[in-house]
Design a protein around this ligand. Sequence first.
Ligand SMILES: N[C@@H](CCC(=O)N[C@@H](CS)C(=O)NCC(=O)O)C(=O)O
Length: 306
Amino acid sequence: MTSEPILHHFDASPFSEKVRLLFGLKGLTWRSVDIPSMLPKPDYVPLTGGYRRTPSMQIGADIYCDTQVILAEIEARWPEPRAVRGGLDWAVNLWADRLFFGATVPIIFGVLGDKVPEAFIKDREAMSGRPFDTAAMKAASKPLEQQWRGEAAWIEDQLAQTGTGWLQGDKPGLADIAAYMNVWFLGNALPGKVETLTPGMPRLADWRKAVAGIGHGKKVTMSSTEALAVARGSDPAPPLKHDANDPLGLEPGAKVVVMADDYGRDPVAGTLVAATPRSITIAREDPAVGQVNVHFPRAGFFVVPG
Ligand SMILES: N[C@@H](CCC(=O)N[C@@H](CS)C(=O)NCC(=O)O)C(=O)O
């Protein structure tokens, strides 16, 4: 039974690229399970309990949903070389996931929208609860390009500040990986676009090459059925200590429902194992996976009594 991290992802997923790069930074060997980029995901949701977004990371019978807890868990289990230098790295991560990503998506789909299959559009409309309006994205593209350049300028400024080629200290870390996600996504989807939006930002150009050079560590392919078997054959890791000062006032054993607060809000129901200021762990059972613990971040998620 493998205790290596199993990443459930697909190649074009920008959020997954953050995790792949952290595997690279840590020099890890990891298992790669390719999942569909839209529903249905029949071998995936039994692990997560209904969470459908990409990626999640599985270690045995522990499932980490959302890159915030995935990256934190990798750092906790494989602390060397250090990637997280402090709380500010997480603030950069959430900025990159939300504001910077929010500018990146319409720029990409304003151009590619007409080529996107109807099934993908329907899937993303159901996931966000909003129309996937490619005409609106096209119209928003120019205003967002100038915003995107503004956000890229912060990367350039920080690189000028450190003078090391990295955003924090003299080695690559979480801030680099998080900020890079949007540069990678835009560059991959619209070749040449990053260059068009970043003239006069030479440090960013060098940094982009350096972050790409971190690589992905050693990827070993695994099938989705093997991953389900790993979960069935494993016990969840000992939980974190429950925070008695948690503002929800819930005790371990309480029935709860956890969901994202932005899009892909599919509720995941389970029994509270531990709540900390940074993560919440719930236990669930499913015939396909047995007993699993599923972990979510606190920032960016809702928890309600179930
Ligand atoms: N906050 C989440 C966002 C993840 C996200 O939006 N992922 C995209 C793909 S990169 C997604 O879930 N798309 C729908 C899907 O894959 O079903 C995280 O950090 O993991």
